[in-house]
Design a protein. Structure first.
Length: 130
């Protein structure tokens, strides 16, 4: 059976054809408020998206705007989202609609501790130094 991917009852082809105002009626209130208040940032990011779509290249769109709400017109594009150190590649899928870009680019890594260093603890003075 084929999986039907939909966002709030609309297929992603239908939602991709929606204007920003119509899409804002579908999203939750927190995302709607973010789209209204960050209109300048979203507009600048949309200009970058339109340039990439016009060039028909599989180019990564680099951005620092982690709080941008993912729009239906971005499905299939690749974004380089800045995590404080580097740009992590995020490919937009239909399941990501309504989420923010920063949710898919983690800013912290898993901490893995190794053996204690020299003079790190009282017990480490008995370890052999290579």
């Amino acid at each position: 059976m084929v999986e039907r991917i939909a966002y709030r009852g609309k297929t992603f082809q239908e939602s991709a054809s929606l204007s920003l105002e119509d899409y804002m009626k579908l999203v939750k209130s927190r995302q709607r408020r973010s789209l209204k208040r960050n209109a300048v940032l979203i507009r600048k990011l949309n200009e970058k998206v339109e340039k990439v779509k016009a060039s028909k290249k599989d180019k990564i769109i680099k951005t620092h705007v982690r709080e941008a709400v993912i729009l239906p017109s971005w499905i299939g594009l690749k974004f380089g989202v800045y995590n404080g150190k580097e740009f992590q590649t995020v490919e937009i899928t239909p399941q990501m609609l309504g989420h923010r870009l920063g949710e898919f680019s983690y800013t912290t890594k898993e901490v893995r501790h190794s053996a204690p260093g020299i003079r790190a603890t009282k017990g480490s003075k008995f370890l052999a130094v290579k």
